[in-house]
Design a protein around this ligand. Structure first.
Ligand SMILES: *Cc1c(COP(=O)(O)O)cnc(C)c1O
Length: 392
């Protein structure tokens, strides 16, 4: 396997982690089995005490899940990957494995809504406090750190404004504070951004998004050094938010086309963003691949492309934004992203509706803001679908 890991990313995505059974199947097999048998009582005993490697029970390990973990680890350049039932299960397992009561977390205020809820409402109950800071101002991270700060947590680009966090700068502060840096790499995937290369310690994925890429199943992953993943895996194996074998099989196949899809999503998104910038009823376009993006240079240092997410402000506030959404005929009105089908979302009244209007305004999420997760349809058709409601 290790020789396969030195290949180019598109080769790794197709070849790494692939193991065949006694039947020499060419495509990775789906092992739908909850448990595994042993040749003898002695072998069972050896497996249980860890004297012999091998599968015991699918909450611990499953060959299809292991193939997925090895392939994603090779793509991220990580020593180990732990697959989980969802992206949220990845965040839960990371924190349950690495934190304890009395620890403190510093997190970007521009992270996924359920992650904010988890930090504010779940971990708080167990004595872990979180301070939220600006995604784009590294100095705030250092200022927020306390002697008991154990983890820095960020997402870049952020949702929905595509703000870019400086991974290397924040990783350096984390190191100074004796804390770990976890990066949710869901929007970029390892094809566009490899956070470990910029000093991050842990990578989180919602595989539900681009890794599946076709909106079928939920899954997640945590990646890092063997040492850091040991307590994460230990929690997962005991508590049980593990990835199902079926979902791992879907994700393995998803990884094989990830490079092609991310390149195509990115090319479509750039073209759409350039077109949106020319529309008279669009006040501003936020896309990291556009030179007009406030952090374009940093984005291009960390990412290979601008990615697949474009946000824009329509002139005329909520009514105008809803008019654009309601006049589409092809785009999917949904909050999901990372799909072959283009999705359109009005963050102020859906994903970010529970935040107070003042906090939303302070964060820059205006009533006229629309988020597009650009799919793989022809850009011309996406443009025509948006043009109707834009009144051109
Ligand atoms: C969707 C998402 C998650 C949560 O993942 P699930 O698979 O839905 O649990 C976490 N982080 C980001 C950035 C996401 O977009």
């Amino acid at each position: 396997m290790s020789d396969k890991n030195s290949y180019q990313p598109e080769t790794v995505a197709v070849r790494a982690g692939s193991e065949h059974s006694q039947f020499h199947e060419h495509s990775e097999a789906l092992f739908l089995t909850s448990s595994f048998t042993f040749d003898s009582a002695q072998q069972a005993a050896k497996r249980f005490i860890g004297e012999e490697q091998g599968n015991i029970y699918s909450r611990f390990t499953n060959p299809t899940v292991t193939m997925f973990e090895q392939r994603l680890a090779a793509l991220e350049g990580a020593e180990q990957c732990v697959a989980t039932a969802s992206g949220m299960a990845a965040i839960l397992s990371t924190c349950m494995g690495l934190l304890q009561a009395g620890d403190h977390l510093v997190a970007s205020q521009s992270i996924f809504g359920s992650t904010v809820n988890m930090f504010n409402n779940v971990f708080k109950k167990f004595g872990v406090e979180t301070t939220f800071v600006s995604a784009t101002d590294p100095a705030q991270w250092q200022a927020a750190a306390r002697p008991n700060t154990k983890l820095f947590f960020l997402e870049t680009p952020s949702n929905p404004l595509t703000e870019i966090s400086d991974i290397a700068a924040i990783a350096a502060f984390a190191k100074q504070c004796g804390a770990l840096l976890a990066v949710d790499n869901c929007f970029c995937t390892p094809i566009l951004q490899r956070p470990l290369e910029f000093g991050a310690d842990i990578i989180i994925h919602s595989a539900t998004k681009y890794i599946d890429g076709q909106g079928r199943v939920l899954g997640g992953a945590v990646l890092g050094s063997k040492k850091l993943m040991e307590p994460v895996y230990s929690f997962l194996r005991t508590a049980g938010p593990t990835m199902s074998a079926f979902n791992a099989w879907v994700f393995l196949k998803g990884l094989e086309t990830l490079k092609l899809r991310m390149d195509a999503h990115s090319a479509n998104a750039l073209q759409l963003a350039q077109w949106l910038e020319k529309q008279p009823n669009v006040a501003r376009v936020l896309y990291p691949g556009l030179p007009s993006h406030p952090q374009h240079a940093l984005a291009m240092k960390q990412q290979k492309t601008g990615g697949g997410i474009v946000a824009f402000d329509v002139k005329g506030g909520r009514d105008a934004a809803w008019r654009v959404i309601d006049n589409t005929r092809m785009l999917s009105i949904t909050a999901n992203l990372g799909d072959t089908k283009t999705t359109i979302t009005h963050p102020a009244t859906t994903t970010h509706a529970r935040i107070s209007p003042e906090a939303r305004a302070a964060a820059g999420i205006s009533d006229g803001l629309i988020r597009i997760a650009v799919g793989l349809e022809a850009v011309l058709d996406i443009q025509n679908d948006l043009a109707r409601g834009l009144g051109n």
